[in-house]
Design a binder for this molecule. Sequence first.
Ligand code: 8OZ
Length: 363
Amino acid sequence: MTEKLFTPIDLGDLTLPNRVFMSPLTRNRATDGDNLPHELHQEYYAQRAGAGLIITEATQISPEGKGYAWTPGIHSDAQVAAWKKVTDAVHRKGGHIAMQLWHVGRISHTSMQPDGQDPVAPSAIAANAKTYDGKGFVETSKPRALETEEILRLLQDYRKAAENAKKAGFDAVEIHGANGYLIDQFLRESSNRRTDQYGGSVENRTRLLKEVIEVVTSVWEPKRVGVRFGPFSNANDVSDSDPMALFSKAYSIAEEAGLGFLDIIEGQTGGPRDADDEKLAELRKHFTGVYVANNGFDRALAIKRVESGKADAIAFGRPFIGNPDLVTRLEKNAPLNESNKETWYGGGAEGYTDYPTLEEERA
Ligand code: 8OZ
């Protein structure tokens, strides 16, 4: 019997071969200065082409959207050309790949901002969070609040990035709406104290999300667009007094826009699987598209979750680092390699493209 996890799933007119997706994983290996993916990225993603859908590492939509050393961008022509080589490499292996569109907001440091400017955010409130500047971990800088008029420019940056992702040959895009980055900063009360139409009520705090979805779906067929949320995650110092009300609305916005998928971090990012299944199920009622569940899944739980219909697909993060052929291994119930944490962020081929497939291991 083939478990449902290993059966195809449609994303609009795209048929994905299985429901084991690769989560977006920041690996900090892009080139310095111009923020380009390169040969290693082509190899790394092509090795993982067996995933039902690869979602790329978070990729900044603009220079201002950057907050960490060596993360790639999708705002320059050189980046489009470099990513095209990555998508070509994945497609040659029969894979499918979506780009994650990212703006860090206040999770940045002036040293990584254009002209050393202050990072931008909904409100001028510093996060109690650290970032990595290439030399070490540093406190994030105090941001300045975006002017209402600047939101139009920000939306243009999202539009340009969405267009660039299309030019670069991606199959889909995922809007990063989680983990305390810009969109999440607008969503949550702790980081959004605005008094204009982007702050205050749930409707106002979800307005930026709605407008970003609008510009991205003006470029992409809505079924090829997804959003990542972490409804109960407090990563990067965000919180809200009523996540159920907030994320019911956020899911409804995705539903009304006809989006293809939601990629939900269940529980705390990178933390234990402490997810409240009842609340997650309650939220899910607001979205009828493909529901991708993420965070700390193992084989048994993933199979069970998809079999029960409580998720349509499962996104695996860490297991994909050490197991390029994760889908094959899960199908065969073969042992998984542990990945080396020391090489998760930054560096070269070591811990990136040198994990063996089952076949290579047995040879
Ligand atoms: C780990 C390190 C840096 C960034 C996220 C984009 O949490 C990230 C990230 C993860 O979504």
